[in-house]
Design a protein around this ligand. Structure first.
Ligand code: NAI
Ligand code: MG
Length: 496
C-alpha cells in the first residue's frame, strides 16, 4: 500500500483539505467463484425455477454483469414454504435445542473461514468499500450467528418462569444495503428459536445470500430448515401472501413496509418491519470536535450513506457551527470515492443506477429550492460505474424534503440550534425515529438529551457501533419490533 503525499501544490490544506495520492491497492478476486446462472436453494437442494426466467445482477463499480439469478415465481415460493414446513414439523424440531445450537455455531465458523471470499463477493455485488465488508459486515455476520447459537439451548431463560416455543415458518425479505448482515440478523435468531426460514434477498444483491446457502448446506442442516429464493418485488409479495407462512420479517422501504402491513393485517401472520430513518447527530459546543467530525463523516459518507441508521441530519450548536462546518469540509475533501475493491476507498459505488438517479434528483430539487449546497471540488469520480460525491446542505429548514426524506446516499442536512430543547425538538421532528448520536463532554447533558429523544438506538460520543447483544429498531415510521439481542428473539417465539 503505497502512501505518498501529493506533490501537487494545488492540493494543500484549506477548505479543500489535504489530498494524498495512494497507489491502487485492489483486493484480489481470485478466491471468488461466481456461477454464471444461479439456482434456488430449496429443501437442501439447488433447484431450477419453475418460470425458467432469469435476471441479471451487476457490479455497480463498473456496470458489468456478474451473474444471472433465477426469478422465483409463486410455485417456487410454495415449494420453499412447503420444505420449511416439513422441516419444522420434522427434522429441525426433533433436534434438541443444544443440537440446533451446534448447527448455528457451525454456520458461524464456516463464515469466519470463508470471510475473505464473502467480503469480496459482497463488495462486488453491492459496491460498498472492501474495508467495510471485510472489517464490519462479515465479522458482524459471524458474530450474530455465534451470539444466537448461544441462545438456542437457553430459551427457557428468556423470561423468568415462562416457557417459549417457536412460531413456525418465517418469511424473511431483506434489502441491498447490508445484504449478508441483514440475512444474518434474520436467519440467526429465527433458527435459534427453533423456526424454519424462507429468505428472499434483494434482487440487486443476492450473491452472498446464495453463498450462505452453500455454507448452510456445508454445515449439514436438515433439508428445508433454511430456503433461499431469488427474485424481485413479486417474489417477495408471493412470500408475504403465502397462507402457510406464520411470520414475516421485512427490512426495506417505508413504502413496501406499508404494503406488507396491509397485506398481513387480516391474517394470523406476525410481522416485524425495519423501515429506515432520518437520524440526527446532535453536536454540543463542548464536544470533542475533531472526533465528532470523524463520527459524522463515518455516519453518513462511509458506505455511500446506504445505512438505514445513517446520521443523515446534523444538528450543531450555533456557537461552533462555522468552525464545525469548516472542519467537515476539509475532511470531506480527503475522502476517496472510487473502486470499492481498493483497500483505500472510503466511498464506493451506489448500488444501482436507479438509486443513483434518486439521490441526484433529491439533490437537484434541493439546489433548485435555493438551499446552500457543498460538495468537495477536488473529489474525482471514476468514469465507469455509479458514483456520487459526498455532499451536504447547510441551514436547512426542518420542513425541507432533504431534511425529512430518507435519501440513502452520502448527503447530509445541516441545521443549527441554541438550546438543548431546540436540539431535541428538531431531532424529534421527523416521521422516523431509528437512531441518534449525541456529542458532548458532559455526561448529564448526554443523559438528559438521550432521555428526550424519540429514537430506538442512541449513541453517545460515537456512531454506528453494533453488537449482536444490543437491540436495534425504531419509533414511528422506522418500524415495528426490534432485532438483535434478547429482543430479537421475542419476535420469533410464542410465550407461555
Ligand atoms: P424495497 O423496499 O423496494 O426493497 C426491499 C426488499 O423488499 C427487496 O428484497 C425487494 O425485492 C422486496 N420487495 C419489493 N416490493 C415488495 C413487495 N411488494 N412485497 C414484498 N417484498 C417486496 O427497497 P428498494 O426499492 O430497494 O429501495 C427504495 C428505497 O427504500 C431506498 O432508496 C431507501 O430510501 C429505502 N430503503 C431503506 C432500507 C432500510 O434499511 N431502511 C433498505 C433499502 C431501501
Ligand atoms: Mg423497490
Amino acid at each position: 500500500m503505497g502512501k505518498t503525499m501529493s506533490t501537487n501544490n494545488n492540493k494543500t490544506a484549506g477548505e479543500s483539505g489535504f489530498q494524498f495520492e495512494y497507489d491502487p491497492a485492489p483486493e484480489s478476486t481470485d478466491m471468488v467463484n461466481i456461477k454464471k446462472q444461479n439456482k434456488l436453494f430449496i429443501n437442501g437442494k439447488w433447484m431450477a425455477g419453475k418460470s425458467g426466467k432469469f435476471f441479471d445482477t451487476i457490479n455497480p463499480a463498473n456496470g458489468e454483469k456478474l451473474a444471472e439469478l433465477t426469478e422465483a415465481n409463486t410455485e417456487d415460493v410454495d415449494r420453499a414454504v412447503k420444505a420449511a414446513r416439513k422441516a419444522f414439523n420434522g427434522a429441525w424440531s426433533e433436534l434438541s435445542p443444544k443440537q440446533r445450537g451446534r448447527y448455528i455455531y457451525r454456520i458461524a465458523r464456516i463464515i469466519q473461514e470463508r470471510s475473505r471470499e464473502l467480503a469480496v463477493l459482497e463488495t462486488m455485488d453491492n459496491g460498498k468499500p472492501i474495508k467495510e465488508s471485510r472489517d464490519f459486515d462479515i465479522p458482524q455476520v459471524a458474530a450474530h450467528f455465534f451470539y444466537y447459537a448461544g441462545w438456542a439451548d437457553k430459551l427457557d431463560y428468556l423470561f423468568n418462569g415462562k416457557s417459549v416455543s417457536p412460531i413456525g415458518v418465517a418469511g424473511q425479505i431483506i434489502p441491498w444495503n447490508f445484504p449478508l448482515l441483514m440475512a444474518a440478523w434474520k436467519i440467526a435468531p429465527a433458527l435459534a428459536a427453533g423456526n424454519c426460514v424462507v429468505l428472499k434477498p434483494a434482487e440487486t444483491t443476492s450473491l452472498t445470500a446464495l453463498l450462505l446457502g452453500e455454507i448452510i448446506e456445508e454445515a449439514g442442516l436438515p433439508p428445508g430448515t433454511v430456503n433461499i429464493i431469488t427474485g424481485a418485488g413479486a417474489t417477495g409479495a408471493a412470500l408475504v401472501n403465502h397462507p402457510d407462512v406464520d411470520k414475516i420479517a421485512f427490512t426495506g422501504s417505508t413504502e413496501v413496509g406499508k404494503i406488507i402491513a396491509r397485506s398481513t393485517v387480516n391474517s394470523a401472520k406476525k410481522l416485524t418491519l425495519e423501515l429506515g430513518g432520518k437520524s440526527a447527530h446532535i453536536v454540543y459546543e463542548d464536544a470533542a470536535l475533531d472526533q465528532a467530525v470523524e463520527s459524522v463523516v463515518s455516519g453518513i459518507y462511509f458506505n455511500q450513506g446506504h445505512v438505514c441508521c445513517a446520521g443523515s441530519r446534523l444538528l450543531v450548536e450555533e456557537s461552533i457551527a462555522d468552525l464545525f462546518v469548516h472542519k467537515l469540509k476539509r475532511r470531506m475533501a480527503s475522502l476517496r470515492v472510487g473502486d470499492p475493491l481498493d483497500k483505500n476507498t472510503d466511498i464506493g459505488a451506489i448500488n444501482s443506477p436507479g438509486e443513483l438517479e434518486k439521490i441526484k434528483g433529491l439533490i437537484a430539487d434541493a439546489i433548485a429550492d435555493g438551499i446552500e449546497y457543498f460538495e468537495p471540488e477536488s473529489t474525482v469520480l471514476p468514469q465507469k460505474g455509479y458514483y456520487i460525491k459526498p455532499s451536504f446542505f447547510n441551514n436547512v429548514a426542518s420542513s425541507a424534503t432533504i431534511c425529512r426524506r430518507e435519501i440513502f446516499g452520502p448527503v447530509l442536512a445541516i441545521q443549527t440550534f441554541r438550546t438543548p430543547e431546540e436540539a431535541i425538538r428538531k431531532a424529534n421532528d421527523t416521521p422516523y425515529g431509528l437512531a441518534a448520536g449525541i456529542w458532548s463532554e458532559k455526561g448529564s447533558k448526554i443523559h438528559s438529551t438521550a432521555q428526550a429523544l424519540k429514537a430506538g438506538v442512541i449513541w453517545a460520543n460515537t456512531y454506528n457501533k453494533f453488537d449482536p447483544a444490543s437491540p436495534f429498531g425504531g419509533y414511528n415510521e422506522s418500524g415495528w419490533g426490534r432485532e438483535g439481542g434478547r429482543h430479537g428473539l421475542l419476535s420469533y417465539v410464542e410465550v407461555k
